[in-house]
Ligand binder design. Structure first.
Ligand code: NAD
Length: 248
């Protein structure tokens, strides 16, 4: 039980990697607030969890992650209900694959808004609470493309490069308040985001992976569990790749 007594918020917790993180944290003793974009998907995720474990200590919310006051309100609710906010996982994200020549600025901004600006907003709201309570852990979901770029949908790698910068800089700024900040950079992982990619693109992406397969959401969740736990008490400012050594 690596997270016994800890309270976590996971954005984008309704499916894919986020849902695997929520389940992993619950299995390890945490109380969890899972966040999604709509009440319907949040309720569905909560129901799925309760079917497996009726006693799971989990709640769900659907704030606009780009609205600082909505985020602050939800984080305060979680702290008041469960007594603290120890771990924030910034996981909500969207991918992109538009050609650069046809890419509209407003479409570019939409990706930056969710993948980067919401991370700033959520991290700030959580850090204020964590500072007051004497510490905490902020974990961001980056991507292997944050190290190598990708040949389309430039907003996506741009946002994830920035997430790495935010991670390393916040680790340096918030260390004095005992707040650790790390990121996990998954490779191609079997989720809806990958299912939405054209098959030839998935084949092209997986071909050079030394482990010869895509990753499973649970394998990525294991890295989050390690970084969230006291096992990683002296780890901060790291970008941990979970990508089968793709492109290295
Ligand atoms: P997914 O599409 O399965 O899930 C995305 C989650 O984000 C959902 O819970 C959704 O509700 C939430 N979300 C989407 N738009 C939102 C919005 N506007 N407001 C609030 N929440 C919103 O995606 P996934 O594959 O599980 O990806 C999760 C994270 O992992 C993302 O940050 C993604 O960039 C990253 N990632 C995924 C892969 C992969 O291969 N799947 C690889 C590298 C990084």
């Amino acid at each position: 039980m690596l997270l016994q007594g800890k309270v976590a918020v996971v954005t984008g917790g309704t499916r894919g990697i986020g849902f695997a993180i929520v389940k992993k944290f619950l299995e390890n003793g945490a109380k969890v607030a899972l966040l999604g974009s709509r009440q319907e998907t949040v309720d569905k995720a909560l129901q799925k969890i309760k079917e497996e474990d009726a006693n799971a200590e989990v709640v769900g919310y659907w704030p606009n992650l780009m609205d600082a006051s909505e985020v602050e309100e939800v984080f305060t609710k979680v702290k008041d209900m469960y007594g603290s906010l120890d771990i924030l996982v910034n996981n909500a994200g969207v991918s992109a694959r538009e050609s650069f020549y046809d890419y509209k600025p407003e479409e570019f901004e939409k990706v930056i808004d969710l993948n980067l600006n919401s991370v700033f907003i959520c991290a700030q709201a959580a850090a204020k609470i964590m500072k007051e309570q004497g510490g905490g852990v902020i974990l961001n979901t980056s991507s292997m493309v944050s190290l190598y770029g990708q040949p389309a949908g430039v907003s996506y790698p741009a946002s994830k490069f920035a997430v790495n910068g935010l991670t390393k800089s916040l680790a340096r700024e918030l260390g004095k308040d005992q707040i650790r900040v790390n990121a996990v950079a998954p490779g191609v992982t079997r989720t809806d985001m990958v299912a939405a990619l054209p098959e030839d693109m998935v084949k092209r992406i997986t071909a050079p992976i030394p482990l010869g397969r895509v990753g499973e959401p649970e394998e990525v969740a294991n890295a989050f569990l390690f970084l969230a736990s006291d096992m990683a008490s002296y780890v901060t400012g790291e970008i941990l790749s979970v990508d089968g050594a793709a492109m290295t």
